[in-house]
Ligand binder design. Structure first.
Ligand code: SME
Length: 162
């Protein structure tokens, strides 16, 4: 396993994602421990993009429970259908939120968080965890982030079922 991530200096967002995804895939392929893989994915995304907060919430019964993350401390439990994360779980689809204050029921773990993207991750057709990325800038995520973060979660789904 490589010790360092290799990322294009001054590259566009697409170029950084394109360089990053195969390296994350190499990191998690062959490692069966989910917590270890989630921890490395959160660290790699934070290192590549400097996101304010990036991490996972894992489905446990009727709640999401905080998993591995990078960034400030966060709320530990989120009910089904609550907030952006609970909505991604309920609707089984990515939530792209340009302004968190305009999202009904948004859960503010930090007042510094301004925009957010949450991607659900599936096992046997059911959501088993969500990726949550927060920015301290408004409107910081777009279709490019959605496309690559969904691809990345597809890689995680594959590696979690083999
Ligand atoms: N804002 C999220 C809660 C998690 S924190 O942002 C880390 C939500 O509304 O679900």
């Amino acid at each position: 396993m490589a010790d360092n991530l290799f990322l294009p200096q001054g590259g566009s967002k697409e170029e950084i994602y394109q360089a990053l995804l195969p390296q994350i895939e190499a990191l998690i392929v062959g490692e069966r421990d989910l917590v270890a893989n989630l921890a490395n994915i959160a660290a790699a995304l934070r290192e590549a993009f400097g996101f304010f907060w990036v991490g996972f919430y894992v489905v446990q019964g009727q709640e999401l429970v905080l998993g591995p993350f990078q960034g400030p401390i966060a709320c530990t439990r989120i009910a089904f259908g609550r907030g952006v994360c609970g909505t991604a779980w309920k609707e089984k689809k990515t939530q792209l939120v340009p302004d968190v204050e305009a999202f009904p029921g948004h859960i503010a773990c930090s007042s510094a968080s301004k925009s957010e993207i949450v991607v659900p991750v599936f096992q046997n057709g059911e959501v088993f965890l969500v990726l949550d990325v927060d920015s301290n800038r408004l409107d910081d995520f777009d279709a490019v982030d959605q496309c690559y973060l969904e691809d990345l979660m597809g890689i995680l789904e594959k590696s979690s079922t083999t």
